[in-house]
Design a binder for this molecule. Structure first.
Ligand code: NAP
Ligand code: MG
Length: 495
């Protein structure tokens, strides 16, 4: 790794501990978590494996900061200014963050820079602006007693208090920002818990927040395992809300834990997202669009396309174009600028995805595999296209979260819709057509929180994002984003 920028080398060589009260704090646990480079399987750093006492210390720091009012009673324009200053610092250190992301997560350095860090900047700036747009309503109420009394009423939105932000490993920095920044903009104090495999960029971000002027205790990070640190956070009595992005099984577990104390929660969960290709689709647009949607970040994208349904007219040209595209993709390390497919995040993810690929020939008409990775010690899997799997095949029902795509021929549009909706998930979907009638009517028939037409996987801070069915509860993004981090209080005045 001799070609890394010196600031990246020096950050990796630090002894990474917890981030509490605006500084690095030694964990009370002697356990460590090793961080590996997915391209080589080699250790690049280690972080603290926080225990319950560590979580308690972080939550208490956040609670004290919240109670002190240092952040929630600050003028909203000042909170906005500080968060905009954080964006400037992320921009200053964009290359360092992108390298760290590629080194711990495996993704292409192009994607780390152009999508993850660039997206992080857009989302921070969007959400910073929401801090000054928190509004309530006034009401002309008609309370009849006592005789002759008049009332007026209005609502205030107040921060819920201490928020736990629990983050997955696929976009650790960008999704970290989605879990932390709206809470900060709303005036809450936060403890972030990154995934155990990818904690480095969020630790870096928390230190930048302090540099930007976020007061001590307002943004804390505990690194550790979900079963220990994550669980203790979710169950901590001083945590008022859990903002979670991750898998559906863990999301259900968190919902159950929160219900004991009626903590607020929002859950952005898994998906098994379909694309429907109609007879009049423009293949020149559709093939590259579906390849990006399915193989971006090696398919480790919650909204990724993973099931394509195509009517008979275009089955042959689409299957041969996708097969050509899958077999011609170059596979290599994220730091290799020519590699189109990179390693998966971890050995366990590589094993999980490989098991689906190994099983596919027993459950499908045809399986087409792309190139192997260059380093057998890296966590590579071959990009894979599965043609006409059985409707009950694991590759059709399960969220694989890897570079694995199915293509199924259907009789007609009705069958495509029926199969697309035949899933407990409902995160995202797409329709590919040049027909205005279909473009307008099909999205209404699909059970998913986001439906794209002639595109897939494109997101924006202004566009609300959330799941139908078992893909989640609540929404991220959009002008109302902060509301889920705030209580609504009615104030009624007699005059
Ligand atoms: P995960 O296993 O559910 O983990 C997510 C986070 O939860 C990690 O920080 C994890 O810690 C923690 N965690 C695990 N068990 C916990 C518990 N009992 N209590 C509290 N926290 C716990 O998901 P993942 O494998 O990291 O990420 C992939 C999943 O995320 C996929 O299902 C994907 O679809 C979903 N996702 C959804 C969206 C969306 O917006 N809808 C976006 C991205 C990803 P550890 O790392 O220690 O396990
Ligand atoms: Mg996990």
């Amino acid at each position: 790794m001799s070609s890394l920028p010196p600031q990246v080398e020096s950050f990796l060589s630090l002894s990474h501990e917890l981030y509490i009260n605006g500084r690095t704090v030694r964990s009370q646990s002697s356990e460590r978590l090793t961080i590996y480079n997915p391209a080589t399987g080699q250790e690049i750093a280690s972080v603290a494996d926080a225990n319950e006492q560590d979580v308690d210390a972080a939550v208490n720091a956040a609670h004290q900061a919240y109670q002190s009012g240092v952040w929630r009673t600050m003028p909203a324009s000042e909170r906005e200014r500080i968060l905009l200053r954080l964006a400037e610092l992320v921009e200053r250190d964009a290359d360092i963050l992108a390298y760290l992301e590629t080194l711990e997560q495996g993704k292409s350095i192009h994607i780390a820079k152009g999508l993850e860090v660039a997206g992080t900047l857009s989302w921070i700036r969007y959400v910073a602006g929401l801090a000054t747009k928190i509004t309530g309503s006034t009401f002309d109420v008609s309370i009849p007693m006592p005789a002759g009394a008049r009332y007026t009423a209005y609502t205030l939105h107040e921060p819920v208090g201490v928020v736990a932000g629990i983050i997955p490993w696929n976009f650790p920095l960008l999704i970290g920002v989605w879990k932390v920044l709206p809470a900060l903009a709303a005036g809450c104090c936060v403890i972030a818990k990154p995934a155990e495999t990818t904690p480095l960029t969020i630790l870096y971000l928390a230190a930048l927040a302090t540099e930007a002027g976020v007061p001590d205790g307002v943004f804390n990070v505990v690194t550790g395992r979900g079963s220990v640190a994550g669980n203790s956070l979710v169950n901590h009595p001083l945590v008022a809300k859990v903002s979670f992005t991750g898998s559906t099984p863990v999301g259900k577990h968190i919902a159950r834990s929160c219900s004991d104390t009626l903590k607020r929660f929002s859950l952005e969960l898994g998906g098994k997202n379909p694309a429907i290709v109609l007879p009049d689709a423009d293949l020149e647009q559709t093939v590259p669009g579906l390849m990006l949607a399915s193989f971006l970040n090696q398919g480790q994208v919650c909204a990724a396309c993973s099931r394509i349904y195509v009517t008979p007219e275009l089955f042959k040209p689409l299957s041969s174009a996708l097969a050509d595209a899958v077999t011609s993709m170059t596979v290599g390390a994220g730091l290799d600028p020519t590699a189109q497919i990179n390693p998966l995040v971890s050995l366990s993810q590589q094993q999980k995805v490989s098991a689906y690929i190994d099983k596919a020939p027993l459950e499908a008409e045809h399986v087409i595999k792309g190139k192997h990775g260059p380093n057998p010690a890296g966590y590579y899997v071959q990009p894979t296209l599965i043609i006409n799997p059985a409707p009950t095949a694991a590759c059709i029902t399960d969220e694989i979260f890897g570079p694995v795509l199915t293509l199924t021929q259907v009789a007609d549009t009705d069958e495509a819709i029926r199969l697309a909706n035949n899933s407990p998930y409902g995160l995202a979907a797409s329709v590919w057509t040049q027909n205005l009638q279909a473009a307008m009517s099909l999205p209404r028939l699909i059970e998913a929180g986001t439906v794209w037409v002639n595109s897939h996987v494109m997101i924006d801070p202004a566009m609300p994002f959330g799941g139908y069915k078992q893909s989640g509860v609540g929404h991220d993004f959009g002008a109302d984003w902060l509301k889920s981090f705030m209580h609504q209080k009615s104030i009624c005045i007699r005059y």
